[in-house]
Design a protein around this ligand. Structure first.
Ligand code: PBG
Length: 323
């Protein structure tokens, strides 16, 4: 029997494979998350994420400039404050580490890249939750919205071009959009971490931001059992005015990513989180997988599932190779 249809014809040489490839990675598809820590004299290497640092303000600017030269599409900034309290007051303090760092990056880089900041209280609260705790002992949704609004104003004033809402409070996109607009920040974009799951894959991030969290985030982040709900959350965020939506984590939620990207007309991004990074690095260090092809395959999977851009801790390294 000789088959008439031979899909292998299109796989014969690298040149043919390149020509028929459905998806390609570009440096500009990659967004680099960066950590800046208050009160550091020297950058600190993270033990759980080899190659990732907590930066000083100076080393942050160097790393950002290097990443932009490498061709990344944008930067996502996280701040680690020295002092924390119940309401996360350092989060909207113009002298708070995250806001100062946004200002430093914007001054150094202008519009040559896209500067985004994580908008969430967990790095700033002494209890490590993403919002303020109400009288009932749980995260108080609407009181938290007020704090997010104040944080958005501080980040926009400091020069953030997008605020990255990652707290999973109901109504957060609408509230932040209205707060920004009424203060005249109509051009500041809202990136909504729309379908964000309560995930074990955030493990190494806890070290990166020195998290104080006891317990878990299951009363606000989504249940990994729910796929349709990821679409519901995303559609709500778009109705409330999200400019870009995101699915997070990445590889374990490619089904959600594909469903979202088939259903919406705003840009859809994915976040390849700390645990995904740590997992591939550890497997590669153990000799179980070939590091670079595994990274490339994981990034391409996001594109195939419908992501236009990917937040990944490998952004600078891989962008340099692609551009
Ligand atoms: C919230 C936030 C988290 C991450 C990004 N933004 C932690 C969480 O929700 O528990 C995780 C990112 C990662 O694991 O790489 N500020």
């Amino acid at each position: 029997m000789s088959p008439v249809i031979r899909p292998r014809r299109l796989r014969q040489t690298p040149a043919i494979r390149r020509l028929v490839a459905e998806h390609r990675l570009h440096a500009r598809d990659l967004i680099l998350p960066l950590f800046v820590r208050e009160g550091l004299d020297e950058p600190v290497a993270l033990s759980l994420m080899p190659g990732v640092l907590q930066h000083t303000l100076d080393s942050l600017v160097d790393a950002a400039e290097h990443a932009v030269e490498a061709g990344v599409g944008g930067l996502m900034l996280f701040g680690v404050p020295e002092r924390r309290d119940a309401t996360g007051s350092a989060a909207d303090d113009p002298e708070g580490i995250l806001n100062v760092a946004i200002g430093r990056l914007r001054a150094a880089l202008g519009d040559s890249t896209v500067i985004m900041a994580d908008l969430c209280l967990d790095e700033f609260t002494d209890h490590g939750h993403c919002g303020v705790i109400g009288a009932h002992g749980r995260v108080d949704n609407d009181a938290t919205l007020e704090r997010y609004g104040q944080m958005a104003l501080a980040q926009a004033s400091a020069g953030a071009q997008f605020v990255g809402l990652s707290g999973m409070m109901d109504g957060q996109v609408g509230h932040v959009r209205a707060t920004l607009d009424s203060a005249g920040f109509t051009d500041t974009g809202v990136l909504a971490y729309s379908a964000k799951y309560a995930s074990a894959f955030y493990g190494p991030f806890r070290e990166a931001v020195d998290s104080q969290l006891q317990g878990d985030r299951r009363s606000y982040q989504q249940d990994p059992a729910n796929g349709r709900e990821g679409l519901r959350e995303t559609l709500l965020d778009i109705e409330e005015g999200a400019d870009v939506v995101m699915v997070k984590p990445g590889l374990p939620y490619l089904d959600v990513l594909a469903r979202v990207s088939d259903s919406v007309s705003v840009p859809v991004w994915a976040y390849q989180v700390s645990g995904e990074y740590a997992m591939i690095e550890a497997a590669a260090a153990a000799g179980a997988i070939d590091r670079k092809p595994a990274i490339m395959e994981s990034l391409l999977a996001f594109k195939r599932a419908g992501a236009q851009a990917i937040l990944t801790y490998w952004a600078a390294e891989i962008a340099a190779e692609l551009s």
